[in-house]
Design a protein around this ligand. Structure first.
Ligand code: HPA
Length: 273
């Protein structure tokens, strides 16, 4: 586990580079990072410069924090995130959320690309995450708990903030953006699921499946940061269609919807406190 001292070291470095106080955090998923390009007066900090930050090697992910102004709000955006399947510990995967907390982030928008498990969904649609299933059998809070960071046994009955979900839904309807609301299942990857696994995941109550988001959402909840989770459904999950899954398809669909996605997230930020 990273210590409070290490979190503060990373915070101090970032803070020395900026003179604003961002309160909204953004984690940008596969192919969705270009939202950060719209941030005004940006300070761009490469992950390799920040103490204890990892580097992601996943395709479609840069390795930069972008801090500045978006729709009148001060934001800190992760352009590229760390995945469990890259071999990082969940502590490494979620360290940036701890640092965001130290910076003063109160609300965190977590985005991802994922597969549609619910057969009524279509690739290219967006989904507001209502709840999640942790199917990985690991938890980022396993280990010694520092009570200064959060409670030992956090309540997860409201991980995805109800007010933020309602705001996102209202905005999607107003902007005519095809939107779903559902349960996101976290799968470790890097393999996509088998058709049998997707059948199981659907039976267990999930509407979408992906390889990220849940660790960050758990740590944010531990840190009392409000979370909004937005998924981009890039493909039908394994076994639903005859074709095999590919990362190229995921990136291609994420690319197709990135303008709409950007428009949507900016409209949400515009209306956030
Ligand atoms: N499964 C898991 N992760 C994903 C998928 C999927 O079908 N699509 C994009 N990320």
């Amino acid at each position: 586990m990273h210590s409070l001292k290490q979190i503060n070291e990373a915070f101090e470095y970032i803070n020395s580079r900026i003179n604003i106080h961002p309160t909204i955090g953004l984690i940008l998923g596969s192919g969705l990072g270009n939202l950060a390009d719209d941030i005004l007066n940006p300070t761009i900090i490469r992950y390799q410069e920040i103490p204890y930050f990892a580097q992601t090697h996943a395709i479609g992910h840069a390795n930069e924090l972008v801090i500045g102004e978006l729709n009148g709000k001060f934001v800190i955006a992760m352009k590229g995130r760390f995945h469990y399947y890259e071999g990082y510990t969940l502590d490494e995967v979620t360290f940036p959320v701890r640092v965001m907390k130290a910076i003063g982030v109160k609300q965190l928008i977590i985005t991802n690309a994922c597969g549609a498990v619910n057969t009524n969904y279509k690739p290219g649609e967006l989904m507001i995450i209502n709840d999640h299933l942790n199917l990985v059998g690991n938890n980022p809070l396993i280990g010694k708990n520092d009570n200064l960071l959060g409670t030992r046994f956090p309540d997860l009955s409201n991980v995805y903030d109800i007010k933020l979900r309602k705001l996102a839904l209202d905005i999607a309807l107003k902007l005519n953006i095809p939107i779903q609301q559902g349960v996101y299942a976290w799968w470790s990857g890097p393999t996509y699921e088998t058709p049998a696994e997707i059948k199981m995941i659907r039976t267990l109550g999930a509407d979408a499946v992906g390889m990220s988001t849940v660790p960050e959402a758990i740590i944010a909840t531990h840190a009392k940061i409000k979370v909004l989770g937005i998924s981009c459904l890039t493909n039908m999950a394994s076994g639903i269609l005859a074709q095999p899954l590919s990362h190229d398809e995921v990136i291609e669909v994420a690319n197709q919807v990135k303008h709409q996605f950007k428009h949507f997230i900016k409209a949400i930020i515009d209306q956030m406190d």
